[in-house]
Design a binder for this molecule. Sequence first.
Ligand code: 7TS
Length: 407
Amino acid sequence: MLNTDLIRKDFPILERVTASGARVTYLDSTATSQKPLAVIEAMSDFYRRSNANIHRGVHTLAEESTALYENAREKIAEFIHAPSARQIIYTRNTTESINLVAYSWARANLKAGDLVILTEMEHHSNLVPWHMLAAERGIELDFIPVTADGLLDLDAYRSLLARDPKLVSFTHMSNVLGTVNPAAEIIRLARDVGAVTLVDAAQSVPHLAVDVQSLDADFLAFSAHKMCGPTGIGALYGKAALLESMPPFLGGGDMIKEVKLRSFRPNTLPHKFEAGTPAIAEAVGFGAAVDYLTKIGMDKIAAHEHEITEYALERLEEIPGVKVFGPSADKKGGVAAFTLEGVHPHDVAQILDQDGIAVRAGHHCAQPLHEKFGIPATSRASFYLYNTKEEVDLLVNGIYKVKKMFS
Ligand code: 7TS
């Protein structure tokens, strides 16, 4: 396991005491992770020392700022083993990355009747952009079903593939069930029938070593804020030939090579997709987050989370009335979404909060998945590199307290 005594010192917020006098037990990293000093200071240093707009000045600050912005892109590319930094497009988040594919690639390539395959465990950000395209274009959507134990039904997927899909877009790791899907196999099968693939890696890139080349993904989307970086920035990775062939998404400054009164020529990659002044300090923070995670080691982080998750599932399942959703610890990442018989998930979260324990309650932007399991909501604890088994114990004691209050 990781040395959490040392790691926790990197995260000042973990010392935070709430109004009730309890120290924060942060079990909501699936929603957003906490930020280490290395990231906070990189962003603060940027504003103190180097702030200027990028790509448009020759003065010292502009050159420094541009170099920092582009250098972070190199780090991000290396982190997911992209062949080149020009295949990393900065976006605002995973949601915008998926929308970029839906607006640019899909609107240029899909027509009425074309099939897009999604799964029943998608986050709304990999559902709604496709609903919108279905309404506009008449594309068809179908879904890989989720089994009772929270896995994708790959036999059903094989049947769907016989219907000549144009795109398969799926989550690498579920933000509710924690299921880590067999992405390489899903992509290989899609490729066999000529479909393009989009991986929602919002939950996988922060927690597992992800290699876009060994996955052979066409597109892969993720957010900095879930991987120790700041909010307001994310990335879309794409295969170079696809990105080259796509029309721009947003138009404006920086994404052009030349503009005339009645026409324009788009810039080269990656700038073609980055219109307007981007989130520069956030890109610097994103790069610092990647450095931080790399220094600790993604394999070590995954192993640490695995051990915490195994322990958490074991302890949660001991509690009478608790039902945890999703597969066993060996098939999932650090997420435990659960219900407690007779108590609304929001009440569970609210009572836990009195002891400083932060879990999320609701449908976690995966309403169809909750519907599938016949429940409106769950409470969800999620784990990252700074969490400990002691915090799992605090959660379990807190749930016993909830039970007592409601009995
Ligand atoms: N995809 C998955 C699998 C996610 O878990 C999330 C965010 C997103 C996409 C969207 O990411 P964003 O950065 O664009 O917002 N998931 C959650 C969550 O589980 N609780 O809050 C946000």
